[in-house]
Design a protein around this ligand. Structure first.
Ligand code: SF4
Ligand code: SF4
Length: 333
C-alpha cells in the first residue's frame, strides 16, 4: 500500500486521532501498515542542526559531544541523487535524525529537486515549525508537485510553559502562529496536503485531542491529524529526565527478526550513509548502523553489502546492533 494512501485513511476516520493515544493502537498500526510497506524509503538529511533542545531528543547530547553541525553540501546532495537514481524508491523523507529542515537556508532548492524526480511519489518531513515564517511559507507554496508532500509538525503541549519544558526554548508563540497560518493557507486554497501535528507531553500531564486541534488548527483544516505523545524512547537510558515517561520496551523474544527500518537508507548531511532514519539510529559512540560515506562510495554496491551483513547477522546469529537492542521503534521485518 502506498504511504500517502495510509495517511489518507487517518483523515477519513477522525476518531483515530483519539485512539492513536493508546499504545496498543500504535502497535496495531505498526503491524498492519508499517511492516507491510513494500518499498523502503530514502532519508536525505538537509541539515543536522536544530534550533530547539528537546528533553526527549539526543540532539543536545550529540551536539555537546562535538558532532559538527552542518548543512548538506551541493556535492553530497548531487551524489545522493545519483545514488537514488540508480536504485529508485518512491518515498523520500527529509526528516533529519536530529536537526530542523528549515535551518538549511537552501532547503527549498533541495526540496524542489527531490519533488521534481519523476519516480518519487511521496515526500515527507518533520519540522518544529519555529522557522516556518511568512518567507518560508511563501517559498513552500510556490513549489511544483506539492501533491507529493505530507508534513508532520512536532510541538510541545498547547501552551507556552509546556512547550518550553519539552522543547527547551521559548518558541511557542512562533510555532502556534506558523502552524495556524500554514493550515489557513492550505484551507483557503483548497489544498489537501496531509499534515500531522505531533504534540509531545510531559509526564503527568494530559491533553485532549480537541484542545490540540483548537490551538494549532484554528481554521479546522480537514487534513490535519493531531497525535498526542505521552511516552518516549530513552535511547537505552541515555535520556534521563524526570519530566518524561519512558515508552514500554520491546522484549528480546519480540525482537528476533531484523527490524523493518534496516531497509531504509539515510544520507546524512555530513556525507555519512546510515541504515534507518529513526532518531535512535545514531547514538553517541555507536556507529553499527553506519554503512558508508559519500566521499568513498560512488555506487550502492558496498552500502547494500553492509546492509545485508547487518540484517543477516541479526537474523542468523542473533547479533542485534547495539542501537537496536532497546529501541522501541522496532518493527519486525
Ligand atoms: S526532537 Fe527535533 S526539534 Fe527537538 S531537538 Fe531533536 S531534532 Fe530538534
Ligand atoms: S530497532 Fe530502532 S534503531 Fe534499529 S533499525 Fe529499528 S527503528 Fe532503527
Amino acid at each position: 500500500m502506498k504511504r500517502s494512501k495510509i495517511t489518507k485513511v487517518f483523515f477519513k476516520f477522525p476518531a483515530l486521532q483519539f485512539l492513536y493515544q493508546f499504545e496498543w493502537i500504535k502497535k496495531v498500526y505498526k503491524l498492519l501498515f508499517v511492516a507491510k510497506l513494500p518499498n523502503p524509503q530514502y532519508y536525505i538529511e538537509l541539515v543536522n542542526q536544530c534550533n530547539a533542545e528537546c528533553i526527549f531528543c539526543p540532539y543536545p547530547i550529540l551536539r555537546d559531544q562535538g558532532k559538527p553541525q552542518t548543512s548538506i553540501s551541493d556535492e553530497f546532495f548531487d551524489q545522493t541523487l545519483a545514488l537514488i537514481n540508480s536504485e529508485k524508491r518512491s518515498y523520500v523523507s527529509l526528516t533529519p535524525t536530529t536537526g530542523e529542515v528549515f535551518m538549511n537556508p537552501r532547503w527549498d532548492y533541495y526540496l524542489q529537486r527531490i519533488l521534481d524526480l519523476d519516480f518519487v511519489e511521496d515526500v515527507h518531513f518533520y519540522s518544529n515549525a519555529a522557522l516556518l515564517n511568512a518567507k518560508n511559507r511563501e517559498k513552500f507554496f510556490e513549489m511544483r508537485h506539492l501533491d507529493k508532500m505530507s508534513i508532520a509538525f512536532s510541538t510541545g503541549g498547547a501552551d507556552r510553559e509546556t512547550y518550553q519544558l519539552m522543547f527547551g526554548k521559548d518558541l511557542f508563540s512562533h510555532v502556534e502562529r506558523n502552524i495556524n497560518d500554514f493550515l489557513r493557507h492550505l484551507s483557503q486554497n483548497e489544498m489537501t496536503i496531509p499534515v500531522s501535528i505531533d504534540i509531545k507531553m510531559p509526564k503527568d500531564r494530559r491533553l485532549a485531542v480537541a484542545i490540540g486541534q483548537s490551538v494549532y488548527n484554528q481554521c479546522e483544516y480537514p487534513y490535519a491529524f493531531v497525535k498526542i505523545r505521552n511516552t518516549f524512547d530513552t535511547f537505552g537510558g541515555l535520556i534521563q529526565n524526570q519530566n518524561i515517561e519512558e515508552m514500554a520496551g520491546v522484549t528480546p523474544s519480540q525482537r528476533k527478526k531484523p527490524c523493518h527500518y534496516l531497509n531504509d537508507i539515510r544520507f546524512a548531511a555530513n556525507g555519512e550513509v546510515w541504515l534507518c532514519g529513526c532518531v535512535i539510529s545514531e547514538l553517541p559512540d555507536h556507529e553499527e548502523l553506519k554503512v558508508g560515506h559519500l566521499g568513498q562510495d560512488k555506487d550502492l554496491t558496498q552500502i547494500r553489502a553492509k546492509q545485508r551483513t547487518v540484517q543477516d547477522n541479526w537474523r542468523n546469529k542473533g547479533d542485534v546492533p547495539y542501537t537496536c537492542r532497546k529501541c522501541t521503534w522496532y518493527v519486525a521485518n
